[in-house]
Design a protein around this ligand. Structure first.
Ligand code: PMP
Length: 423
């Protein structure tokens, strides 16, 4: 298509899978929102480095020094990718879930937290030990801002407060008005953390431009392998907090006290929250992915993704039994994440059939966002529904949904096969 660049080379493009109908077909990975395939470029960078890796921050040997440089340079690359401010810290974690739990553990005393009920569980649940206010699902982006404004206006104006919001929904793919929510938070003296797990793989995310206080994302959704994530942003709360994990690397000085105890001086850099031997391969692969996406250009990536979204939306619109789920309305801007139900079909059976008969990998269930999916399906807040659980009986409302998601490595043929299969 002349409007778009070619998809980026990713691993697994030539993998074939058996079909129940006989024969085999190349696998169409359409579950990028769960985990995206690694970019070939990331894999090549890691393979080139792997023979040389050594312990980070620990060894005097050449390879240890090389690995330490690579690790610390990766921090600089990620800071640049995220448009960090001078005083921001980039902390390497295991995942978005880990990053948000780290921040939750670093909240100042008596912090109030505001979070929409529509969040992924990773951004909904870590705050349960704080004074948390769950905000009702908004039906427009403006309503989201108004709802937050109202809640913040009622808060204790002298205590610390944090808003947690997802930039792009892992269920509907819809974009949230992050800049406006950040402005509302700051106008009321609150801070804001952006869950960019779904946004960062699809759009540029700049901490300084969005004016958010922290950003969290995962490597395995950003075309790097599993096992590493990022929490980047303001250093003051992180420096003041107890280390997320106690151990080597986080401590500057440890000494026995005369009373028999142990005194510890903790680092006040990012190392404070990175105790233990760091995952240098995971961190390097995140930096490599950041570079690869920047070089490919987000304008190109967004244009290509729009083209794929249009193909899927138009294809699904031709099938009257398909209902696409949306909080903000059909025309709301979104990334390549689309959930739907098919009237008369059990969503789990439907997803299984896409795999078994067409070699297409999608996801079914409630996508770790149970309150949101139940709102979108209009089901009772207490009803069951999850992967593998009993689904609605024929003729009843579906309890689960099907999600198709794609990105920088997706060829047209994959979404075309998907549309054909649904039809
Ligand atoms: N937030 C969102 C919006 C997500 O989609 C996900 C993953 N599905 C997470 C957080 C959690 O990411 P991870 O499993 O990598 O910790």
């Amino acid at each position: 298509d002349p409007c778009c660049a070619a998809p980026l080379p990713v691993l697994g493009r030539d993998v074939t899978v058996p079909l129940v109908t006989g024969g085999e077909v190349t696998y169409a990975a359409l579950d990028y929102a769960a985990s995206a395939p690694a970019l070939q470029r990331v894999w090549d960078d890691v393979a080139a480095y792997a023979p040389y890796y050594g312990s980070v921050h620990r060894g005097a040997g050449y390879l240890s020094q090389l690995s330490t440089d690579l690790f610390e340079n990766s921090r600089v690359t990620v800071a640049e990718f995220l448009g960090c401010r001078e005083d921001d810290q980039v902390v390497f974690t295991r995942s978005t879930t880990d990053s948000l739990n780290l921040l939750a553990a670093a909240l100042p005393a008596d912090c109030q937290v505001f979070v929409f009920e529509t969040e992924h569980h990773a951004s909904l649940l870590p705050w349960r030990d704080a004074r948390v206010t769950y905000l009702n699902a908004p039906r427009t982006p403006d309503q989201a801002v108004a709802t937050l404004e109202r809640a913040l206006a009622d808060r204790d104006p002298y205590g610390p407060a944090l808003v947690c919001v997802t930039g792009a929904s892992n269920v509907t793919g819809e974009l949230w008005p992050v800049k406006e929510l950040a402005a509302a938070a700051h106008a009321h003296g609150a801070r804001i953390v952006l869950d960019a797990a779904q946004l960062a793989p699809h759009h540029p995310v700049s901490i300084s431009e969005l004016d958010v206080d922290w950003v969290a994302f995962s490597g395995h959704k950003l075309y790097a392998p599993f096992g590493s994530g990022v929490l980047a942003g303001r250093s003051d709360w992180l420096r003041a907090a107890e280390p997320y994990l106690a151990g080597g690397g986080a401590s500057r000085k440890v000494a026995r006290r005369s009373d028999g105890g142990v005194d510890v001086e903790w680092h006040d850099t990012a190392a404070r929250h990175e105790a233990g031997s760091p995952n240098v391969i995971g961190v390097y692969s995140i930096a490599s992915a950041c570079k690869a996406l920047t070089e490919a250009g987000f304008d190109e990536l967004v244009a290509r993704e729009r083209h794929l979204i249009a193909k899927v939306r138009e294809g699904l619109a031709d099938v009257p039994a398909v209902k696409v789920l949306s909080l903000f309305g059909d025309d709301a801007p979104r990334v390549g994440v689309i959930s739907f139900v098919v009237e008369g079909w059990n969503s789990s059976h439907f997803a299984a059939a896409l795999s078994a008969e067409y070699g297409i990998g999608v996801r079914d269930g409630l996508f770790c966002a149970h309150p949101l999916v139940r709102t979108l399906l209009g089901s009772d807040p207490q009803t069951q529904g999850e992967c593998g659980a009993p689904e609605a009986a024929p003729g009843e409302k579906s309890l689960n949904a099907i999600r198709v998601s794609f990105g920088a490595g997706t060829p047209d043929e994959h979404v075309e096969r998907f549309v054909r299969a649904v039809k």
